[in-house]
Design a protein around this ligand. Structure first.
Ligand code: HEM
Length: 536
């Protein structure tokens, strides 16, 4: 035996008993009572029925029966690791966020990478977006930068998110495909949602089959704000740049890897960290002001558009190092709860409609996924700074207010409990709002093709070929001809040669007319200075 000692004689059923001793402590129940026999239930005689009073057996089975929690409604399959963020230089003129105030300051982080559509047991190398979620445990609370490995998103309005996810996941009657976009429902939704076209180009590109998490970029996607102590706001887009550079596999490799080792990405990250080959990313900021936002050819609140790096260069401000694997996958990677709403003083939102919807969704889903309102008490989610408030009770409360006071204002001068601080506390940027309530977005949101084209033409001929191959493969799995045709009609607005290659690959008899495109847009009126994307 690995530890403990074997008794002289086997148990009543002839089974092996390993008993406490040496390096093996005494096994106990959840209540701490020592256990004598962990192999045999208590029974009325050797052939009689099991007895209800066997509290150890009942507790053991009860706990096992309740081991599963709901998987995440999206991004169910993921892998996390601990590390730190190191700030290169004070960013006092940009933000009051404490983690950016001192050069060389290190802030602990937990990062979870994920696929989006597949379930918890799906394969790592699926063609999919990858999540890149970072939790910074700062001295002023947890800041979550919940990003992806692509800088744009499929939809502009959170109202569409449930439909999008339903369409991408397994079809409800048959329960498949479990982790692939290559099916009718997914492409039906995409082809009826022209705003998805830019993101679709990224998802059909090599970026969607990264060689490992260590070779991926990360993007906060939305425009956020950085705010100084004096209340000055600067718009920001967050970027993670991998020190190892960008690498992908080709589709043939992805298919083989998925079959041979569905855990390829998690194994890669685990092995790299275990052997001391710590992966690193640098944090980059694209910074701009209202004048740029007014001039830019698209609305900076539109999450289906990016800001080309030629127009606003990425400034590197710090590095992320992952140097510690988890002790326990469930306790940390499964139970970690990221939320776009978790910000610290000096980081603020914009009115990007998608971001505003996300701010609601994460907390809501986690209430259910993690079994109640106290999941911030779980060590992986607990801030590493003091937490003091009068929130109390609820399922699994382990951090209730101390003493008599659980409200404010109060008169208990000796122990009044925590109080608000107008100086240290979080202050929302007072953006003036004077606009009618309505269900519309600004007009440049309607240009769905310019940046899709911009991405496509920025690719090398080989990369363009990969995009054409991916589209042909994916659409060939779609059984409904009208959906294939509709997709080609969108491709005609992106690149005629691409549309032609895909149409031939799908053996379409006739080339359809191009999909109707909204015109004119600000992009038509004011062409972009350069149409390319910087690659590292
Ligand atoms: C996970 C909602 C858009 C990145 C999730 C989860 C929900 C959700 C409900 C599961 C959270 C959990 O169970 O803990 C939404 C909604 C969106 C949206 C409603 C749009 C309206 C985005 C975008 C990004 C993104 C644009 C990237 C910028 C992520 C990541 C995770 C995630 C990385 C996984 C976090 C983890 O590793 O635990 N999202 N999402 N999502 N989402 Fe979103």
């Amino acid at each position: 035996p690995a530890s403990g000692t074997l008794p002289d004689s086997p148990g009543t059923g002839g089974e092996t008993h390993q008993t406490a001793g040496g390096k093996s402590p005494v096994l106990t129940t959840q209540q701490g009572a020592p256990v004598a026999d962990d192999q045999n239930t208590l029974r009325a005689g050797p052939r009689g029925p099991a007895l209800l009073e066997d509290f150890h057996f009942r507790e053991k089975l009860f706990h096992f029966d309740h081991e599963r929690i709901p998987e995440r409604v999206v991004h169910a399959r993921g892998f996390g690791a601990h590390g730190y963020f190191e700030n290169y230089k004070p960013l006092t003129d940009l933000t009051r966020a404490d983690l950016f105030q001192r050069a060389g300051e290190q802030t602990p982080v937990f990062v979870r990478f994920s696929t989006v559509a597949g379930n918890k047991g799906s394969a790592d190398m699926a063609r999919d977006v990858r999540g890149f979620a970072v939790k910074f445990y700062t001295k002023e609370g947890n800041w979550d930068l919940v990003g992806n490995n692509m800088p744009v998103f499929f939809i502009q309005d959170p109202m569409k998110f449930p439909d999008m996810v339903h369409a991408f996941k397994d079809e409800p009657d048959r329960g498949f495909p479990q982790a692939a976009t290559a099916h009718d429902n997914a492409w039906d939704f995409i082809s009826l949602t022209p705003e998805a076209m830019h993101m679709v180009m990224w998802v059909m590109s090599d970026r969607a089959i990264p060689r490992s998490f260590r070779f991926m970029e990360g993007f906060g996607v939305h425009t956020f704000r950085l705010v100084t102590a004096q209340g000055k706001s600067t718009y920001v887009k967050f970027h993670w740049k991998p020190k190892l550079g960008l690498q992908s596999v080709v589709w043939n490799e992805a298919v083989k890897i998925n079959g041979a080792d569905p855990d390829f990405h998690r194994r890669d990250l685990w092995d790299a960290i275990q052997t001391g080959d710590f992966p690193e990313w640098e944090l980059g900021l694209q910074l701009f002001d209202d004048a740029f936002a007014d001039e830019f050819e698209f609305d900076v609140l539109d999450p289906t558009k990016m800001i080309p790096e030629e127009q606003v260069p990425v400034q590197i401000v710090g590095k992320l190092v992952l140097n510690r694997t988890v002790d326990n996958f469930f306790a940390e990677t499964e139970q970690v709860a990221f939320c776009t709403q978790n910000v610290v003083p000096g980081v603020d939102f914009t009115n990007d409609p998608l971001l505003q919807g996300r701010n609601f969704s994460y907390l809501d889903t986690q209430l259910k996924r993690l079994g109640g309102p106290n999941f911030t008490h779980i060590p992986i989610n607990a801030p590493k700074c003091p937490v003091m408030n009068f929130q109390q009770d609820g399922h699994m409360a382990v951090r209730n207010p101390k003493g008599r006071v659980n409200y404010e204002p109060n008169s208990w001068a000796d122990a009044p409990g925590p109080r608000e601080s107008p100086t240290a506390g979080y202050r929302t940027f007072p953006e003036p709002i004077n606009t009618p309530k309505q269900r519309v977005r600004s007009e440049t949101f309607a240009d769905h093709y310019s940046q899709a084209r911009q991405f496509y033409v920025s690719q090398t001929p080989l990369e363009q070929q990969h995009i054409a191959n991916a589209l042909t493969f994916e659409l060939s799995k779609v059984q409904t001809l009208a959906i294939r045709v509709r997709m080609v009609s969108h491709l005609l607005n992106i690149d005629a040669a691409l549309a032609d290659t895909v149409a031939k690959g799908l053996r379409l008899k006739d080339m359809p007319a191009a999909a109707a495109a909204a015109k004119p847009t600000r992009a038509d009126l004011k062409p972009s200075p350069k149409l390319s994307i910087v690659k590292n």
